[in-house]
Design a protein around this ligand. Structure first.
Ligand SMILES: *Cc1c(COP(=O)(O)O)cnc(C)c1O
Length: 434
């Protein structure tokens, strides 16, 4: 059997037709140049991570578990120093006790804010799950209940910063500015590290004493620098996204100025205890190994996103970012126009999952989100969106937020299976689009 015959046979086993294969091959050919750029960035980040391991003399003893209080857990402490080296910060808190990105953000916020302080977002409304953390939507235990207020400056229509609005939103009370790098579920652009740097310079020129904190979720290792390289005081993210490299089974990180990291640690454990407690149990080895793999896993996911943008863009769907645009996170938004297409897309991604390929995703009211959300994920680590996954709120324009893929080959296959499900759901898809 020729390679081509073998390939078509494998695709057929996955339910992908020759028409969809041909579209995929055409899209992939157009992506070569951008794939090479992504590899170059990944190479630099791999060296940066390796050097952080060397600098901190990571050794076999660091991979061992600790139990109980976790006093003198050198594996945990050294991992935090490795993160501090990668992010060029004074310190970092990297813990399996941080149960998610939202939790890490909530700890960073509540550890550093006091009654009477105000949070300001200069980039519009933050990620949905922070609504209840901050108290934008009333919630028990929100920062609002503790007397912390919130204010925001929206981006301008063209996605640029509204510097006048930002200046006006910086008040006497502002203690912390929350900058979200990735678009999340919003229809805006993701910010580049350079843009975040500009924004921080502007804010510090008015209020040098405010804490500039970046929600770095999905952004790690997509560029060669991180927000902490351009003035961010704190950078926060989830280990079941980019920096966990697909191996971290749980966790979050908070990297930044020692004082602010310590404030967060006093909130995570208890005042007076801080970073000294917190057993790593068996997680350290996977957190080290995941960080080490993260630059190449992130690159694989980003290539999948570029491929999806090219394929769906060529078919006439609105995609954000566009296939040629420079990327600052691993998320790809595709406006699928109808609830049927969004469901079919998610079904395709689900059936391409290594785990739970046989289940059918349905929209549900997810805690922390205001519209029903449909999610496709069959991950080795539950909910890990560095693994191939897609989700979208069931509201117009029925945008699928597609992300992840531990390998590019898997991401590409999943995307083709998603397109195939759409074709199956609406056989006249191609004629109606072209
Ligand atoms: C994923 C994400 C979070 C945190 O989400 P969790 O599901 O709690 O990890 C926060 N902000 C952004 C921009 C994100 O993408």
């Amino acid at each position: 059997m020729s390679f081509r015959e073998e390939l078509n046979r494998q695709y057929a086993a996955l339910g992908v037709s020759e028409q969809v294969i041909a579209l995929g091959e055409e899209a992939e050919r157009k992506c070569c140049g951008r794939f090479a750029d992504i590899d170059r960035i990944s190479d630099l980040n791999q060296m940066k991570v390796l050097q952080a391991f060397r600098e901190n003399r990571v050794s076999e003893a660091h991979l061992m578990p600790s139990t109980g209080y976790g006093y003198n857990d050198i594996g945990r402490d050294t991992l935090e120093q490795v993160y501090a080296s990668v992010f060029h910060t004074e310190d970092a808190l990297v813990r399996s006790q941080l149960v998610s990105g939202t939790h890490a953000l909530a700890i960073a916020l509540s550890g550093n804010l006091r009654p009477g302080d105000e949070i300001m977002s200069p980039v519009g409304k933050p990620y949905d799950t922070l609504d209840e953390v901050i108290g934008i939507r009333p919630a028990r235990g929100s920062l609002r209940e503790y007397g912390v207020t919130y204010r925001q400056a929206d981006l301008r229509e063209d996605g640029s910063f509204d510097f006048d609005a930002i200046r006006n939103a910086l008040t006497e009370k502002t203690r912390l500015v929350e900058i979200q790098r990735s678009k999340g579920y919003a229809a805006r652009r993701t910010l580049s590290v350079a843009e975040i740097g500009e924004l921080i310079s502007f804010i510090k020129s008015i209020r040098p004493d405010v804490i500039c904190m970046v929600d770095n979720c999905y952004g790690e290792f997509v560029e060669t620098s991180e927000p902490t390289d351009v003035g961010a005081d704190l950078c926060v993210g989830s280990l079941i996204k980019n920096p966990g490299g697909g191996l971290a089974p749980i966790g979050g990180y908070i990297a930044g100025k020692a004082e602010y990291v310590e404030n967060a640690a006093f909130r995570l454990t208890a005042p007076g205890l801080g970073k000294e407690l917190g057993a790593s149990l068996g997680a350290s080895r996977l957190l080290y190994q995941g960080l080490f793999l993260s630059p190449s896993v992130t690159a694989a996911a980003e290539k999948g996103a570029v491929f999806a943008a090219q394929l769906f863009g060529d078919l006439g769907f609105h995609v954000s970012p566009g296939p040629e645009e420079t990327r600052h996170d691993i998320i790809q938004a595709v406006d699928l126009k109808t609830p049927e297409f969004l469901k079919a897309f998610c079904c395709g991604i689900q059936s391409a999952a290594p785990v739970d390929s046989f289940v059918t995703p349905e929209p549900w009211d997810m805690p922390g989100y205001s519209d029903p959300v449909i999610m496709a994920a069959g991950a080795f680590v539950s909910g890990a969106s560095i693994e191939l996954s897609a989700d979208g709120p069931m509201r117009p324009p029925y945008t699928a937020f597609f992300q992840g893929g531990l390998t590019y080959a898997h991401a590409r296959t999943g995307i083709l299976m998603a397109l195939q499900k759409m074709v199956d759901a609406s056989p006249d898809l191609f004629s109606s689009l072209q």
